[in-house]
Design a protein around this ligand. Structure first.
Ligand SMILES: [Zn+2]
Length: 128
């Protein structure tokens, strides 16, 4: 999850945006994945649904988070698939989309999605 981490010390106290692993709650640097579930849609008219986005270190953390996330969405109707993106690719695309409106893309169609939250909060019940 992208979070602000409070920092104290010189030259001044500040809040530092960073990516925190949703499995072990440590900072993710370089070797991480963004993970989410998306409902399979059969047409452009169907409602797009997805889980919130989560972050994890590669390896044990992302395997644990994937298993936890699949279990959280078992009760949701339809077929759900697990998706992931490497952290550095995600951050590059996020930075691009923060400065380039979708409306400026004359060739693509962007679909709104309903966010389906899991039944449990990973910050209250960590998957590891
Ligand atoms: Zn981790």
């Amino acid at each position: 999850m992208i979070e602000y981490v409070p920092r104290s010390g010189p030259p001044e106290a500040m809040n530092c945006p960073t990516v925190v692993c949703d499995a072990c709650r440590e900072q993710v640097v370089d070797q991480g994945n963004i993970i989410w579930l998306a409902k399979v849609v059969r047409s452009d008219e169907a409602t797009h649904e997805q889980s919130p986005l989560y972050a994890a270190h590669k390896g044990r953390c992302d395997r644990s988070l994937e298993a936890w996330l699949k279990k959280q969405h078992e009760q949701h109707e339809g077929q759900w698939i697990l998706l992931w993106e490497e952290l550095d690719d995600f951050l590059r695309q996020l930075s691009h989309n923060g400065a380039n409106p979708f409306a400026a893309d004359s060739e693509g169609t962007y679909h709104r999605a309903v966010i389906r939250h899991p039944k449990a909060d990973p910050l209250q019940a960590p998957p590891i």
